[in-house]
Write a protein that binds this ligand. Structure first.
Ligand code: FAD
Length: 409
């Protein structure tokens, strides 16, 4: 009988299978796609941000849902261990801005190839095109019902992912398997996802990218996220690193408002002085031709329209009150947000198997002996920067190590 059955051939499943096999257990890895790591392939825009070279406290700090649940997992297999692991299986890495780690080749396919070689080296029985339809437990062992027949095992690791980018195979079946054993699932919602803004002036800025701006997200009048960085306007609203991160802090769907501070380095007073200097230089120009040094061209029209000041007005005719209104707009460019985009565009799923029902020191189910969870299927999600893949590895390695320790008892 196979000892360990790992369901799902994403990063969590592959690491669980490798570490289980390394510990000497007969291990089978079941993946419904014809290839392993279909989602891993599209990570980091095809470059795969493998992890973040940082300490465990930072990993916890970047975890949005249930960070405390992750303590043992992160301490068992931190990002330094992930880096050593990948280098040890023949994947040279490099570190970029923000401690983001990438394969030296910039190719996610090399990450998958290295993992696949290691699975083979460890003699993991990898079964592709193998759709799991259900899991039963009888007489202390599991029977996994698949499109290619039944697979029996003493231990099961459920690593089927969440619901985001369903085209990659993450379609949420793992939730149903867990529910069939009495587990509850915290309502999955899209996270790290672009946001819809149904305002013509925002959509009209499609393609414009802003760097070094502060984006603040308000929900029900309260600021839930605020940071400086990069964002992008699209035909439906806004996206880019700041916006994706902000989306992870949205709790409901109502009362959402975004605010951009276009000049976070200058307080209102300094910005007013700067504007005054520009206006003195351009005193005889039309208002519409006076902001070139301050704003990207495409934003000038939007700011002029929102200010309500006649674009043909001569700059020396602009009143102090009008100037202060412009300053206010530059510091608080505000718009209502109608909601998040769907799972199809979400980098990660928030929600999943309830962490209260999983032992954080082992990743074993508190309800079913020998059933383990790893990766995005669990109600844990983190911010961008390689942190979500680290969640997958840390939970997977902890599950594999715990199975080994349990098997030895
Ligand atoms: P998945 O990768 O979703 O793998 C689950 C696997 O289980 C799938 O292969 C699926 O086919 C299989 N499966 C599901 N149900 C069954 C079944 N019934 N039978 C058999 N097999 C089944 N994170 C980062 O840290 N860095 C990045 O650069 C990054 N970039 C991203 C870019 C995009 C566009 C997206 C969508 C995500 C990105 N992420 C990134 C997040 C990261 O991809 C996920 O956190 C990670 O893939 C989760 O791993 P997992 O193994 O838990 O789940």
């Amino acid at each position: 009988m196979t000892e360990v059955v790992v369901i799902g051939g994403g990063p969590a499943g592959m690491l669980a299978a490798i570490f289980s096999a390394r510990a000497g257990h007969r291990t089978v890895l079941l993946e419904k796609n014809e290839k392993l790591g279909k989602k891993l392939y599209i990570t980091g825009k095809g470059r795969c941000n493998v992890t973040n070279e940082t300490d465990t406290e930072s990993l916890i700090g970047q975890t949005v849902s249930n960070p405390k649940f992750m303590y043992s997992a992160y301490y068992t297999f931190d990002s330094w261990q992930a880096i050593s692991f990948f280098e040890s299986i023949g994947l040279p890495l490099k570190v970029e801005r923000g401690h983001r780690v990438f394969p030296a080749s910039d190719k996610s396919s090399d990450v998958i190839a290295a993992l696949y070689s290691e699975l083979k080296r460890q003699s993991v029985d990898v079964r592709l095109g193998c759709q799991v339809n259900g899991i039963k437990k009888t007489d202390g062992s599991f029977i996994v019902d698949t499109s290619k027949g039944e697979v029996a095992g003493t231990y099961v690791v459920l690593a089927t992912g969440g619901l985001s980018y369903p085209s990659t195979g993450s379609t949420g079946e793992g939730y149903d398997f867990a529910k069939s054993f009495g587990h509850t699932v915290v309502q999955p919602v899209p996270a790290l996802v672009p946001l819809n803004v149904d305002l013509p002036w925002v959509q009209g800025l499609q393609g414009l990218s802003l760097k070094n701006v502060r984006f603040t997200l308000f929900e029900g009048g309260k600021a839930v996220y605020s940071d400086i960085g990069e964002m992008l306007f699209t035909h439906f609203g806004i996206t880019g690193p700041l916006v994706l991160s902000a989306s992870s802090f949205i709790k409901g769907s109502k009362g959402l408002r975004g605010e951009i501070d276009l000049k976070p380095g200058l307080d209102k007073d300094k910005l007013d002085k700067r504007l005054l200097r520009d206006f003195e230089k351009n005193a005889n120009k039309h208002f519409k031709n006076s902001l070139d040094a301050l704003l990207p061209n495409r934003l000038i029209d939007a700011v002029i329209t929102l200010s309500g000041i006649d674009s043909e007005k001569l700059v020396h005719q602009i009143t102090k009150e009008e100037r202060l209104k412009i300053v206010d707009l530059l510091k608080h460019l505000t718009f209502s947000i109608s909601g998040k985009r769907s799972f199809k565009e979400a980098v990660i799923t928030r929600g999943g198997i309830n962490t209260k029902e999983i032992n954080p020191n082992t990743m074993e189910s508190k309800l079913v002996d020998n059933l383990y969870f790893a990766g995005e299927v669990i109600d844990v999600d983190a911010l961008t920067g390689g942190f979500n893949l680290q969640v997958a590895y840390s939970t997977a390695v902890l599950a594999a190590i715990s199975i080994d320790e349990k098997g030895l008892k």
